[in-house]
Design a protein around this ligand. Structure first.
Ligand SMILES: [Zn+2]
Length: 257
C-alpha cells in the first residue's frame, strides 16, 4: 500500500550506513517519520529533493515498521530561508517547535497553514535589526503557542473575570495564564507573586499581536515596546513549553543555531 502526502521536512537523522529518517509535517497525517533507504548515498535523488522550507509531495510505502519514502516532488520553494542566516534562524525555530512539541499523527489544518504562511512571510523579510529579529522570533513562537491552545488569556482577569477594558493596573501572570487585575494581585499577593505590571500600551499590543497578521510584527509603532514584549512573550513560552509540553531544551537549540 502507498499514500501520497504533502508536507515540509522538519528534521532528519541518519540511520545505519546509508539510510536516513525524515520527520515531515504533513497536511494529511500531521507529523510523520519516513525512512529513506539509501538517502545518504551521493547518488540519491530522494535526498536531493527533500530539503527543508520546500513544500513536498511525497509518495510513501507502508512498511511493517516504517513509512518508506518512495518518491519526492518539489512544490513551492521558500529557498531564501535556506540562504540567509537570519531567515534560516527563524525558519529553523519554527521547525524545532513543530518537531519537538507536536505529537505524531495528528493532522491539523490550522497548524499546517500557519507553517506554510509563516515560511512565505519569512521568505519576504527585509534586513532586520538584531532587536527586531529577536522580537519576531519571540512573537512567532507566541503566535504558535496561541494556535495550539496555550496562549495568554488577555480578554479578562484570570481570577475575577473583570473584562480587560474595566481593568485598572493590569498585570500579567505566566503561572496563571494571562491577565490579572491590580485588585486581585493585592488581595492574593502570594498566589500572584510572579505577576508583572503591564502598561495599557503593552496590554493593547499583546492583544493585537496574538491575532494580527505577520506583517504587524514589523510596524514601527512597536519600537518603544520591543524589549518589554520580548520579555513577556519569552517568559510565557518558556513556562508553557517546559511545564505543559516538557521540552526544556528547545530554546537553547534555537539560540545556538
Ligand atoms: Zn481580578
Amino acid at each position: 500500500m502507498t499514500s501520497i502526502l504533502t508536507g515540509f521536512v522538519l528534521a532528519c537523522r541518519d540511520h545505519r550506513e546509508h539510510d536516513r529518517f525524515y520527520t515531515l509535517y504533513t497536511r494529511e497525517r500531521g507529523k510523520v517519520q519516513v525512512m529513506a533507504v539509501g538517502a545518504r548515498k551521493f547518488s540519491s535523488k530522494l535526498a536531493a529533493h527533500a530539503s527543508p522550507f520546500t513544500e513536498l509531495t511525497v509518495m510513501v510505502a507502508h512498511g511493517k515498521l516504517w513509512l518508506k519514502l518512495a518518491g519526492v516532488e518539489r512544490g513551492t520553494d521558500f529557498g531564501r530561508i535556506r540562504q540567509e542566516l537570519s531567515l534560516f534562524t527563524l525558519g529553523l525555530g519554527l521547525n524545532e517547535l513543530m518537531h519537538r512539541a507536536i505529537g505524531e499523527g495528528e493532522p491539523d489544518a490550522g497548524l499546517y497553514a500557519f507553517l506554510a504562511d509563516a515560511y512565505a512571510w519569512i521568505q519576504t523579510l527585509p534586513e532586520l535589526t538584531g532587536l527586531r529579529l529577536t522580537f519576531v522570533q519571540s512573537a512567532l513562537t507566541l503566535k504558535w503557542l496561541v494556535l495550539i491552545g496555550f496562549g495568554p488569556h488577555a480578554d479578562a482577569c484570570v481570577r475575577c473575570r473583570a473584562p480587560y477594558v474595566q481593568i485598572q493596573q493590569p498585570h500579567i501572570s505566566t503561572m496563571h495564564g494571562g491577565l490579572v487585575c491590580g485588585a486581585c494581585v493585592r488581595e492574593h499577593r502570594s498566589a500572584f507573586a510572579d505577576a508583572q505590571v503591564l502598561t495599557q500600551e503593552v496590554l493593547a499590543a499583546l492583544r493585537f499581536l496574538s491575532s494580527a497578521p505577520f506583517e504587524a510584527l514589523l510596524t514601527d509603532k512597536l519600537d518603544p515596546l520591543l524589549d518589554t514584549l520580548i520579555e513577556i512573550q519569552d517568559a510565557f513560552t518558556h513556562y508553557h513549553l517546559e511545564r505543559e509540553l516538557r521540552v526544556p531544551t528547545f530554546l537553547q537549540h534555537i539560540a545556538t543555531v
